[in-house]
Design a protein around this ligand. Structure first.
Ligand SMILES: [Zn+2]
Ligand SMILES: [Zn+2]
Length: 279
């Protein structure tokens, strides 16, 4: 068996999209040793193993990339096998396995930050599953979804460089973060209701209610009573009122200086939308 060792640098939208876990799974599946990490804007990896397995790794690294990733360049460089290279200290400590290593700032890299992504179908299913530990957790996310651009402060992309830095993972979240078979493996934005941010509600007089359930209940009450709620989302605030309440809508239009322009209407699902409009 010919053993080869390759260093690869991947450019594009490759941070915050589950690319390192993807490389980890792929290398493990193919029986390769090595490591992967985030550079300033790229992902770097080194793999060593059977020649055909390394070739497959390089091919599938881009081909099977996670849904949010956009690979714009993949540069592979062949290195001498670590057994013949006294300077191959980088592979030391990862012999017999594949590791996600600490991020390294590098210069000259192109920097792309992944955009925020809407909640994915799997997170959505968990959100409404009473048996799931993230049931009704408003900040649910995984490698395939959640905020990125809005919360990142600098690159390389790590939890410490996002606004999630202040929320230390609880034991259960840490297990998911460290499990290569979990879709939250090394997902930097994850949290649960035990360790993540909570919603809060502030009324017009400045009184603050904390706790996600209480905040949502307070919003519902305001909307039901014909009021307007400013909901802070990822990209800013949106103003919400009951679209069936003409007085509330008139106040909203006055507040937004939008006497005629159409406003967006939220409905539960497509069937509800059909009851209001022709689709
Ligand atoms: Zn998700
Ligand atoms: Zn947690």
């Amino acid at each position: 068996m010919t053993v080869v060792r390759v260093r690869v640098v991947v450019d594009g939208v490759v941070q915050g999209v589950g690319f390192r876990p993807h490389a980890h799974r792929l290398a493990t599946e193919l029986g390769l040793d090595g490591f992967v990490g985030n550079g300033s804007g790229s992902v770097f990896a080194e793999v060593e193993g059977a020649e055909d397995a390394v070739a497959q790794f390089l091919e599938r690294l881009e081909l099977d990339a996670p849904p949010l990733a956009r690979v714009t360049g993949l540069h592979a460089e062949r290195l001498p096998p670590s057994s013949a290279d006294a300077s191959a200290s980088s592979l030391q400590g990862t012999r017999g396995g594949f590791a996600i290593v600490a991020s390294q700032a590098d210069r000259g890299a192109q920097r792309f930050v992944a955009p925020d992504a809407a909640v994915c179908p799997r997170c959505l299913a968990e959100l409404f599953d009473p048996g799931n530990r993230r049931y009704r957790h408003p900040f649910i996310s995984c490698s395939d979804c959640g905020p990125r651009f809005t919360i990142v402060r600098s690159l390389p992309y790590d939890r410490a460089t996002t606004s999630m830095a202040g929320f230390e993972l609880c034991a259960a979240c840490r297990v998911e973060y460290g499990d290569p078979r979990d879709r939250r493996f090394h997902a930097e934005t994850i949290s649960c209701s035990d360790c993540g941010p909570q919603l809060s509600f502030e009324d017009a007089s400045g009184v603050v209610l904390t706790g996600s359930d209480r905040a949502i209940a307070a919003c519902q009450a305001v909307i039901r009573d014909g009021g307007i709620v400013a909901v802070k989302g990822l990209g800013g605030y949106h103003l919400v009122c009951d679209a069936r309440d003409d007085d509330a809508l008139a106040r909203l239009r006055r507040a937004k200086h939008r006497p005629h322009k159409p406003v967006a209407v939220m409905v539960r699902d497509v069937d509800d939308a059909r009851s209001l409009a022709e689709l």
